[in-house]
Design a protein around this ligand. Structure first.
Ligand code: DCT
Ligand code: MG
Length: 395
């Protein structure tokens, strides 16, 4: 799906009752083994080893369905519930065992109960066979197509990608055109080996442009994932303002090497003097680009054999972000994800610390000051949070 360039859904604005960070000491009869599980993902350690995948897959289908009907509250509710279950060190085996866990509302409980009693949730099965859900799932799998566009096409009676490309009345923007053109490749997961290979290419290209620049793999691969839908890199340039013009030069270089299939460059609109904006936005203002690049199969370790027949390359989605040097730690924390982890970092900052956090800065509303950070650890420290390693942020 086209997640780059699209704001992370903003949290539901209604305030849930102000939660206490510390577990209640006087838990008494409700004492549960889960009394230390925080409602905030940034106070949980969530590795990729998910012992409750059956449950979280079910909940995430419902979350996605609510996303498709733009029902933000329920969508977030199910995402939060799934995220809590992902952090647990053991599988939940019966409905009684979830007693005391945060963020599990009655709807979630009903789903879990169904799974335990019937092996699956009828609500989830219903969604999975729903024509609208199935169609929106296919449409949003195209780069450049979000829920709004998908919904529009669905309402026009369109049901397949073939119908869309052959319908001359439909106008596709440049990004969507590229999305359809390279659909076969970019709808397939990107492997870690491919991400590393593309990292080497980007590294070479970048050092041609400016030898002082270093690149960092972020996104899911930094969290240890074996597969992703794209490859995210942060470029860091020492020195104030030295990132100016960097990405356009990188894009030119990729183009001249014949490996650029698509690029959308977004100039920086970052302006610290305008922060904190009224609503700390999900979408950041750094110089960035969304690319599709050609990766030669021979460049990927373990794929040498396959290059005999057909095309010898695969199209890959790559995002590059070039924040100003003094914003690097915030950008790294923001772009490392997961989306749910980021959402809860911001929510925690706002509700528990009276601070505003986004990909650019951390602002203390009590003292009206920006808190500086050189590293991710600095940001956790400012927030009074234990440091969570990237591989523990798979919330
Ligand atoms: N992000 C962000 N602003 C954006 C897009 C993304 O701050 N405009 C953050 C959220 C997670 C992280 O950057 C990487 O985004 P994705 O690539 O969408 O997520 P991912 O965790 O890398 O997932 P995948 O493995 O599927 O690529
Ligand atoms: Mg990614």
């Amino acid at each position: 799906s086209m997640r780059a360039g699209q704001p992370i859904p903003v949290e539901v604005q209604h305030r849930i009752q102000k939660p206490s960070v510390q577990p209640k000491p006087e838990a008494g009869p409700q004492d549960s083994p889960w009394s230390t599980v925080s409602q905030y993902a940034c106070q949980r350690r969530t590795t990729l080893y998910n012992r409750n995948k059956i449950l979280t897959d079910a909940l995430e289908v419902l979350a996605e369905n609510y996303e498709f009907i733009e029902s933000k509250g329920p969508c977030l509710g199910f995402k939060r519930a799934a995220s809590v279950l992902k952090s647990l060190p053991m599988p939940i085996r019966s409905i009684d065992e979830i007693e005391g866990l945060p963020c599990l509302g009655p709807e979630t409980m009903a789903v879990i109960q169904d799974v335990f009693e019937c092996g699956s949730s009828s609500k989830v099965e219903e969604v999975l066979t729903d024509e609208r859900y199935q169609t929106l799932k296919i449409f949003t799998s195209v780069f450049g197509v979000g829920p709004k566009t998908a919904e529009k096409w669905y309402r026009q009676g369109l049901r397949s990608l073939e119908q869309i490309v052959s319908d001359s009345s439909i106008h596709l923007n440049r990004m969507q055109q590229a999305g359809f053109q390279y659909y076969e490749d970019i709808s397939k997961p990107v492997s870690k080996a491919e991400a590393e290979a593309v990292g080497q290419i980007i590294e070479e290209v970048v050092s041609c442009v400016n030898p002082d620049v270093t690149i960092t793999l972020t996104g899911g691969f930094r969290r240890g994932k074996e597969f992703g839908h794209d490859v995210d890199f942060l470029l860091s340039v020492p020195g104030h303002g030295k990132e100016d013009g960097l990405l356009p030069a990188v894009i030119d270089q990729l183009r001249s090497q014949g490996i650029l299939l698509y690029s959308e460059f977004q100039e920086s609109t970052f302006d610290l003097s305008k922060l904190p904006s009224r609503r700390f936005e999900a979408m950041d203002h750094f110089q960035k680009c969304f690319l599709i690049v050609k990766l030669k199969k021979e460049q990927v370790v373990g794929q040498q054999e396959k290059q005999r027949c057909g095309r010898d390359w695969k199209a890959l989605r790559v995002d590059l972000v070039a924040p100003p040097a003094e914003r690097y730690a915030f950008a790294l924390l923001g772009w490392s994800g997961s989306t749910q982890f980021e959402r809860d970092l911001r929510r925690f900052a706002r509700l528990e610390r009276n601070m505003l956090l986004d990909n650019h800065a951390l602002y203390d509303k009590t003292t009206n000051t920006f808190l500086q950070a050189k590293t991710e650890e600095d940001i956790f420290t400012h927030l009074g949070l234990d440091y969570i390693e990237p591989w523990q942020r798979n919330a």
